[in-house]
Write a protein that binds this ligand. Structure first.
Ligand code: PMP
Length: 449
């Protein structure tokens, strides 16, 4: 089987996500035969370094022997069982572990099967909580500009990236949108801390005006990932937690992308020393193996639904694959790896190595900023470094970087013109150096003419 043949067959029957399919007339899709560690290999033996962890899900490498073994064992025992009225060991173990490792106060785990579904669950649960308490005026959500929370209708509504949202605007519930603490916009000489504090004034004002009608504020802690990897200081989350308490509004931390060590701590909220009312988890939860998500919440929320059947106050949200046994086993094994292999300490070291290899980009005339939070590093590509004038989007400079890098065996997937590294945690320093070298060469070619 050749790449070419498979790509042709693919084009006959498949429709890929986040893709203008016509692009594949001239730039064929790449069929992958196998993966090993940070490497993917196609049907002709070409290898690609997966620098974006296959959409931020993979933590410990492709075909990880520990997760593989755990899944083989699980497969011989139980693949799946209805999760209403029934349970199984992997789900129980996973929930116990998540309660242990997430911030204090998060004592309940509700399972779903992808990040968007987790966001939907958190939104509905928050709304329903207030309703069960008789607070029927609370129907709205506050969200940050430039945020992304998924692409199902509810999750899309609380997100704010125009590219994904604009077309569907007439279908979406209205939300209260507040300027982001995104520190790319801070003044010269102003610290991230100061800028994040300054931007919090908008949130305070929105809460003051609307709290009576607001169920929850939803944020991506520390990094707005799909919104071009824009970053802010933990102080914003500290202030937000305090304000949500003061105004009696829930705080939903969407850690779908930043959870499981991406920002340096197991969860980003830890850096602000806060505990949200809901925490959405997915992506790295299964080490990048299987679709699964979890919404962690408090006993207080749980108790508002816990009553005699006749009160009709139960939370009736279900997906067929809720609590899938294979996915839960992958989750349990992923969390065991964190415990057994001192992953966070290792990541600290890797993050420093990543900073070092990417330092040179700061000097490039088309780079406005190199920013980093833990294991996420972003390079902001612009037409003019000093004015920060952007390249016209029609020129697709980021896409050119993507094409150039693939030709040199590296899978990057820039967000617009923002190139980023978000590699699996098993990447070596040599591979990081290779990644930086290929990215540099690709960037140089992509900004020519
Ligand atoms: N929330 C955040 C912060 C995300 O980054 C994403 C996915 N990129 C989602 C939610 C949606 O997750 P999924 O793609 O699994 O639906």
């Amino acid at each position: 089987m050749t790449n070419h043949l498979l790509a042709l067959r693919d084009r006959q029957v498949l429709w890929h996500p986040c893709t203008q399919m016509k692009d594949h007339e001239t730039f064929p899709i790449i069929p992958i035969k196998q993966g090993q560690g940070v490497w993917l290999e196609d049907f002709e033996g070409n290898r690609y370094l997966d620098a974006i962890s296959s959409w931020w899900v993979n933590l410990f490498g492709h075909a990880n022997p520990i997760i593989n073994q755990a899944l083989k064992d699980q497969l011989d025992t139980l693949e799946h069982v209805i999760f209403a009225g029934f349970s199984h060991e992997a789900a129980i173990l996973l929930a116990e572990k998540l309660v242990e490792v997430t911030p204090d106060g998060l004592k309940r785990c509700f399972l779903a099967d992808n990040g968007s579904a987790a966001v939907e669950v958190a939104l509905k649960m928050s709304f329903h909580y207030w309703r069960n308490l008789g607070q029927i005026n609370k129907t709205k959500f506050i969200t940050l500009e430039n945020s992304y929370h998924g692409e199902t209708i509810g999750a899309l509504a609380v997100g704010n990236v125009a590219l994904y949202k604009q077309t569907y605007a007439p279908l979406l519930m209205e939300v209260i949108s507040v300027p982001s603490p995104d520190c790319y916009a801070c003044e010269t000489g102003e610290t991230w801390y100061d800028y994040s504090v300054r931007q919090f004034a908008f949130m305070e004002q929105a809460l003051q005006e609307h709290a009576e009608h607001v169920c929850a504020v939803i944020v991506e802690p520390l990094v707005q990932c799909a919104g071009n990897m824009r970053m802010y200081d933990p102080i914003y989350l500290t202030l937000l937690r305090e304000a949500c308490d003061r105004y009696q509004v829930h705080l939903i931390a969407d850690e779908v992308a930043v959870g499981f060590g991406r920002t340096g701590t197991l969860f980003a909220c830890e850096q602000a020393n806060i505990s949200p009312d809901f925490m959405c988890l997915s992506k790295g939860l299964t080490g990048g193996y299987l679709p699964l998500s979890a919404v962690m919440t408090t006993d207080q929320v749980y108790q508002a639904f816990y009553a005699d059947y006749q009160t009709m106050s139960a939370f009736l949200h279900s997906h067929s694959y809720t609590g899938n046994a294979l996915a839960c086993r992958a989750g349990v094994t992923t969390l065991a790896i964190f415990e057994q292999q001192q992953v966070l300490a290792h990541n600290h070291h890797l993050a420093q190595a990543m900073r070092k290899v990417a330092a040179c980009f700061q000097e490039h005339p088309n780079v406005a900023e190199v920013r980093q939070t833990g294991m996420i590093l972003a390079i902001e590509l612009v037409k003019n470094k000093y004015s920060r004038q952007v390249f016209p989007w029609q020129e697709r400079r980021g896409y050119r970087v993507y094409q150039q890098a693939l030709a040199q065996g590296v899978l990057l997937r820039p967000l617009g013109n923002v190139i980023y590294f978000m590699p699996p945690y098993v990447i070596t320093e040599e591979e990081l150096a290779l990644l930086a070298k290929v990215t540099w060469q690709s960037l140089v070619l992509a900004v020519k003419d």
